[in-house]
Design a binder for this molecule. Structure first.
Ligand SMILES: C[S@@+](CC[C@H](N)C(=O)[O-])C[C@H]1O[C@@H](n2cnc3c(N)ncnc32)[C@H](O)[C@@H]1O
Length: 325
């Protein structure tokens, strides 16, 4: 909605719906995502990882209306501030409908949502440095992640990473070896004007470390695809005897809770399923219908249908079968 305020300066007043418009649900669209269909046009595609307060994302989208931008961030508080930043940056000519936002772990998003050879540029400004030796394993730009990004980039596509923390910078230059990139590095002054850059700048840091990774050779890295989920049937089920033993292999399925509604004739099993970078909270329903029991995913929850989720349903079926009295 556009209104004239005092002084006749045109101001965009955003309804909550408009404010949240860039948000894309990970689960309501087919995987992998065809971004041209989401943006309803064919345009170059740039992605920012960990956009924080969204300053750079909003600026880029405003400067380059002919390009499309996907921002990935884990923290909702920052995402919400980014919506406001997008609304402030938009003007009556340019609604910034070239931005889509995903709340997720970037590793999972690149594994599942982006097709090979589909991205032009990837940006990551001031990634979490994980300075302690014991935490280095959490750094995102490890060799495996470089391989994944390589595969999802177009030929000649580019990753730009800037960090305030030299040990992370030199570690990244080791990790990128043999992942199909040509590397260009430079020391730069503060030039992105993001919250974290301003923080380091106000702390006295004048110099930052920027790397450009240009894809020169394709590395194969399979897409993680959704799997079909089964519904199991049981002739008998005794909720009082239900016991679930945690499963811990490549996939971990950990039991958290069991509820039974005697009137509804339905049991609900709450599990945590971990595989690779992905941890999902998941409910399996055991429901009596027409004289038999079904074991299946519970409706009304968001999750990626992965091999771990399929395993969780199978394990609940086995537990329900074995614990019959
Ligand atoms: C140090 S902050 C930098 C934020 C912003 N780029 C800036 O310069 O102000 C790192 C950001 O990356 C996000 N982040 C960390 N790991 C992530 C991941 N695996 N996927 C998506 N975002 C991530 C964090 O939530 C945080 O907002």
């Amino acid at each position: 909605m556009s209104v004239l305020t005092k002084g006749c300066k045109e101001k965009i007043v955003q309804s909550k719906e408009t404010l949240l418009a860039p948000l894309v649900s990970l689960f309501d669209m087919p995987h992998p995502v065809v971004w041209n269909a989401v943006f309803k046009r064919t345009a170059p595609l740039d992605v920012e990882i960990g956009f924080g307060m969204g300053e750079f994302l909003a600026r880029q989208a405003s400067l380059y209306p002919e390009r499309d931008f996907v921002g990935i961030e884990q923290l909702w508080e920052r995402i919400y501030k980014t919506f406001k930043k997008i609304a402030e940056t938009a003007d009556s000519q340019n609604a910034l409908d070239n931005i889509k936002i995903l709340q997720a772990d970037a590793r999972v998003v690149f594994e599942r949502l982006f097709l090979p050879g589909s991205i032009d540029n990837i940006y990551c400004l001031y990634p979490c440095p994980w300075p302690k030796k014991a935490h280095i394993k959490h750094r995102i730009f490890c060799q495996d992640f470089f391989k994944l990004l390589n595969n999802r980039l177009k030929d000649g596509g580019r990753i730009t990473v800037v960090t305030d923390f030299y040990p992370y910078f030199s570690w990244m230059l080791e990790e990128v070896q043999n992942t199909g990139f040509d590397v260009q590095t430079q020391r730069v002054a503060a030039s992105y004007d993001t919250k974290f850059e301003r923080k380091w700048l106000s702390g006295g840091q004048q110099e930052f470390f920027e790397a450009q990774f240009v894809k020169i050779k394709n590395i194969s890295y399979g897409l993680k695809e959704d799997v079909a989920l089964k519904t199991y049937k049981l002739k008998e089920f005794d909720p009082k005897a239900f016991r679930f033993v945690d499963f811990k292999e490549d996939i971990a399925v950990i039991f958290k809770d069991f509820l039974f509604d005697a009137e509804q004739r339905r049991a609900m099993v709450y599990l945590i399923v971990s595989e690779g970078h992905l941890t999902q909270h998941f409910w399996v329903a055991i429901t009596e219908q027409k004289g038999y029991w079904t074991v299946a995913k519970s409706e009304g929850q968001n999750f990626f249908p992965t091999p771990g989720i399929a395993k969780a349903i199978e394990l609940v079926f086995e537990a329900a079968q074995n614990n019959r009295s």
